[in-house]
Design a protein around this ligand. Structure first.
Ligand SMILES: [Mg+2]
Length: 190
């Protein structure tokens, strides 16, 4: 029997609103005398606060769903893709690994056939990857010249372009569907 093609979905800032919750928690900790917190700035005291916030037991479980990723999820399911989650396990935060799997069980049990928590997304097979982070996308594409990537739009990936990647900003779902369908049924996309 021919297996359905697999679409891999990232969690943080794809299906789960990691940045939104983190920024919210940073704002709660900010003094009125310091500038508004900015994510991924590399500023040491902010990085340290992020580490403390995301090390709390239960933090990863309370992340909200992110609509950008869920739009793509619904489209992939409609096309017929087998859906699997592919998420990075934060190094040394082992409770987060379990909470990520539990988050999937709570929110995604009607959608997914499996969850992979890994240090290296490049090891995992799929026809499509949906992921917001350019470094992981490039790593995954290294050995997959026909792979299609859908990248949920965020400030930090605005400048990223690649022929295999379609960036989804909430306005171009038809383009996303066309690319995913062409990968699912190559004859249609030829
Ligand atoms: Mg991500």
């Amino acid at each position: 029997m021919k297996r359905d093609k697999i679409a891999l979905f990232d969690l943080d800032d794809t299906l789960a609103d990691y940045s939104g919750q983190l920024l919210n928690d940073l704002q709660l900790l900010a003094s009125e005398y310091e500038p508004a917190p900015v994510l991924y700035s590399g500023i040491p005291y902010l990085e340290a606060r992020c580490h403390v916030i995301t090390s709390q037991i239960g933090w990863w479980l309370k992340l909200d769903k992110l609509k950008l990723g869920w739009d793509v999820l619904e489209a992939a399911k409609e096309i017929g893709y087998e859906i699997s989650v592919l998420t990075k396990g934060p190094s040394r935060k082992f409770a987060a690994w379990a909470e990520k799997v539990e988050w999937c069980n709570r929110h995604l049990s009607d959608y997914i056939d499996g969850v992979t928590v890994t240090h290296d997304k490049g090891l995992v097979y799929g026809a499509v990857l949906v992921d917001d982070w350019p470094e992981y996308v490039l790593r995954w594409l290294e050995h997959r010249p026909r792979g299609v990537v859908v990248m949920p739009a965020h400030d930090y990936n605005t400048a990223f372009t690649h022929p295999n990647v379609v960036r989804y900003d909430g306005t171009n779902i038809d383009e996303v569907k066309t690319r995913m369908l062409a990968r699912y049924q190559p004859a249609f996309g030829a």
